[in-house]
Every structure is written in C-alpha cells, then in structure tokens.
Design a protein around this ligand. Structure first.
Ligand code: TTP
Ligand code: MG
Ligand code: MG
Length: 432
C-alpha cells in the first residue's frame, strides 16, 4: 500500500517535520505573567523560591543518548531530506560550528557537511517530560510543578525550602534525579520569581545551575532586554527607540513612558525586569474539556482500508494523549473533509468512559459508515477526531472488576513506544 500521509507523531515513510516545528514554535506562552498576577502588596523577595528546568539541546541530546554512534558528533534533529527541511535543534557539537535552531538543513549542511541529521520523534520527547514530572513528585507536590513547554518546567519550592542555600541543594538533587531517571543533562535556574529563574537557566548552559538572589540582581540587569521572558525582537526594537537596551534600564525606566508605548504591558515589562513577578504556578492539568487531533493528508485516499488506517492512526494518537493525561472519554466526534472541500461529521456517546484504542476505534468506524462513502471521484483529504466529556481514569491503577477483563496494558505499551518508537509495537485494533 503506497498511500502516504504525514502525521505529527506517528511517522510513516515521510514525516512532516516542518509541521512539528511549526507546532512547537506556535506553542503558547501558557504562563507568561499577566498583569493581574502581579501583586504589588506581596513582599516578592521574601520567602519565595522557584526553580526553572530546561533540558540542554533537548531533541538532539535524546537522540545522542539513544544512539551512541551520534555522541560527540554534530547532530541536527528535524527533517533528514527535502529542500524544505529545517533544523529544530542541534547538538552542542553542531552549535559550536554555527548551526542553530530554525536554520534550513540545506544551509546547515553547507556550513558543516559532516552534520548528521536525524528525524524528530515527538512522543518520545513528550514521554520524557512526563516521566520527569512524575519523578519530581518526590520533591514537591504536583501542584507545585508547571510544565511550561516540551522541555521546560517551573517548580515552586517555597513549601519545602527556607533559604537560597536549601533551594540550591534541592536544585542539585533535581539535577541528579534527571540524570538517574533519563540519563540526560538539563540546566536549572533558581530565584525568587519565575521570570528571573527562566533567565538564570540560560547563564550556564549546558548542564548548569545558576542561583540569582536579590544581591545578584545585577547579573540580570546587565542582560539585553531581548533576553527577558516575553520580549522578542519587535518589542526590544521599540524599547531601543526609547533608549532602553538592558534589563536594568527597563527596570529603572519611567512607568508612565512605558505605559504610553505599551499600555498595561509597559507596567508588566517593568515589574518583571525589576524582579517583581509575583505570579505562581499555573496548572494545566485537569483543565482539559476536550482533546482533538486533525490530520490533513498529503495524498487523498478513498479505499476502505486506507480510510480505516487513517482513522486508526488518529485513534491511536488521541488515546495515547488521553492516557498521558490519565483521562477517559465518554463522547467522540469524527470529522472527514472530502476533496470537494465538504465536511461530514457526527458524534456518538460511548457506553462507558474509556481510553482503550479498540473501543474508540470501533465507535469511530460506526460513525464513519454513516458518512458519504469516499470513492475515486470523492476522496478524503482530512480526518479529525475530538473527544469530550472527559473524566479522570480511575481504573488506571485498579483494573476494572466487572468491565472488560481483556483490558490491554496500554500504559505500559505507551511507555515502550515513547522509549523505542512507534514501530516497536502496535495493537491490532480489529481484534476483540
Ligand atoms: P529549547 O529548550 O528552546 O532548545 P534546546 O533544548 O534544543 O536547546 P537549549 O540547550 O538551548 O535549551 O527547545 C526545546 C526543544 O523544542 C528543542 O530541542 C527543539 C524544539 N524546538 C522546536 O521544535 N522549534 C523551536 O522553534 C524551538 C525553539 C525548539
Ligand atoms: Mg532546552
Ligand atoms: Mg526550552
């Protein structure tokens, strides 16, 4: 069968790397402090301790860990072929030669012909982060951990430390834990507010640990404004026009002038620069009301087995996503878009809440049979699935006594996939 499609995390022959790239780039700044998070009456420098953790050259380091022949060599992760290929990240050996994130592969190869480019494998990286978050629960309650991006998290250690000395010790223990759990290096920043921790992490990359106490504030003040969390090229250019080039200059700039230029964000920038970020951990867990996955094919399909295979693919993705959040769903929506650009979509309620691939696949196929049947003159070009009515997976640790007693060890299978790749094992969804 030679229908080719690209799916973010379930690779076939050709993976849509640049899609993953866009996806990660477009990741929202979940927890960038908002004006209402800044509370001037809080004594922000006192008794608050945060740690920020960021993996070093994340995707590249993982690939080097998993393939010893890549260690010590210039490696880029992203697409391995094609003209549109892009470097999602590069190993430190490659960075030393001038290769950087977002560079085109073509350009990177020109700079370093010996560059080894390897494909990106999303679920593996997601799994590592989730495993880390679980591991961190031995230091702080889960409520104190905020996963910020695919390779970063903030940890509020206020409940468990009394001073910067203890915060540093805890940060070292966390570093050790990361090494024991995943055999990877990361860099950590410790400070009394989230904004400073995020900047501190970058000071001693890779494998670094930087503590910024109120007395070390000058180290932050010396940085160019562009290094501040939330400030990109455009804002830094506008600040430049106001003669503000460093974070220290931003911290002491006139609030009025900043507000005139940036509105309420002017106040936010100034306070963040001054270390007055009083925002806390933001929880994303448990908030999901629905999950969805849409996938547009590069080659439209119409044969029943191809359609079935695409629906299976999105089912597997959605179910794994559900399990990674320890959720089950009671409702399912399936949508198909045809090559005449029309849609067909419908939902169904499941008998019991589940995250079992086979049950959801069966329900999805029951929806599909009600749609206009694709044929050579009406091919399908997009498949999408949404699950809603989500609940916590209470059977995660206690297998159901009454229900389906052939429940497959999906969580364990997911772990294998995270570790060794999608191809290592697949469940026959038609079974049972
Ligand atoms: P980063 O933490 O920004 O980068 P990094 O871990 O590769 O390197 P550093 O040591 O400087 O922290 O991003 C984490 C991963 O996210 C990175 O390995 C690749 C991916 N990524 C993208 O896909 N697109 C992007 O634009 C960026 C910045 C990262
Ligand atoms: Mg990183
Ligand atoms: Mg990062």
């Amino acid at each position: 069968m030679d229908t080719v499609s690209s799916s973010f995390f379930i690779p076939r022959k050709e993976q849509g790397y640049s899609d993953i790239f866009k996806r990660v780039r477009m990741m929202p700044l979940y927890s960038f402090p908002h004006y209402k998070d800044l509370k001037p009456h809080i004594n922000h420098e006192k008794n608050r301790f945060f740690i920020h953790l960021d993996f070093d050259a994340f995707y590249a380091q993982v690939e080097q860990r998993d393939n010893p022949s890549l260690r010590g060599k210039p490696v880029s992760v992203g697409s391995t072929t094609g003209e549109k290929g892009i470097v999602m990240t590069a190993s430190y050996e490659a960075r030393a030669l001038g290769i950087d994130t977002a560079m085109s592969l073509w350009q990177a190869k020109k700079i370093c012909p010996k560059l080894i480019s390897v494909p990106c494998y999303g679920p593996k990286y997601e799994g590592i982060m989730q495993n880390l978050i679980r591991g961190l629960r031995c230091f702080v309650p889960e409520d104190c951990i905020e996963m910020y991006s695919i390779d970063e998290c903030f940890i509020d250690v206020t409940p468990v430390v009394r001073d910067f000395g203890q915060a540093k010790e805890l940060a070292m223990a966390i570093k050790q834990k990361v090494s024991d759990l995943e055999d990877l290096t990361c860099s950590l920043g410790v400070s009394w507010n989230k904004t400073y921790t995020k900047m501190a992490t970058k000071f001693e990359k890779p494998d670094g640990l930087t503590v910024i106490t109120p007395a070390d504030r000058h180290r932050i003040y010396e940085l160019p404004v562009k290094k501040m969390w939330g400030i990109g090229t455009r804002i830094s250019r506008r600040l430049g026009v106001m003669n503000i080039f460093t974070i220290g200059e931003l911290a002491s700039a006139s609030e009025l002038a900043l507000c005139r230029e940036f509105g309420v964000n002017g106040t936010v920038f100034r306070r963040l620069a001054r270390g007055e970020d009083t925002s806390g951990i933001i929880h994303t867990r448990g908030r999901e009301k629905s999950l969805n996955h849409h996938h547009t094919l590069t080659h439209n399909v119409w044969k029943y087995e191809d359609i079935e295979s695409e629906i299976r693919r999105i089912t597997e993705y959605i179910c794994r996503k559900l399990r990674s959040k320890e959720l089950v769903t009671r409702s399912l929506y399936l949508v198909i878009r045809y090559d005449n650009l029309r849609y067909a979509g419908d939902d169904t309620k499941l008998d019991t809440a589940t995250n079992d691939d086979r049950e959801i696949f069966k329900a999805a196929m029951n929806i599909f049979v009600k749609f206009p049947r694709p044929c050579e003159s009406l091919k399908a070009r997009m498949f999408g699935m949404t699950v809603f009515d989500l609940h916590e997976d209470l059977h995660r640790y206690t297998p159901s006594l009454f229900g389906n007693n052939v429940r497959l060890p999906y969580y364990e299978l997911d772990k294998l996939k995270y570790k060794y790749g999608e191809g290592i094992i697949r469940v026959g969804l038609n079974a049972g």
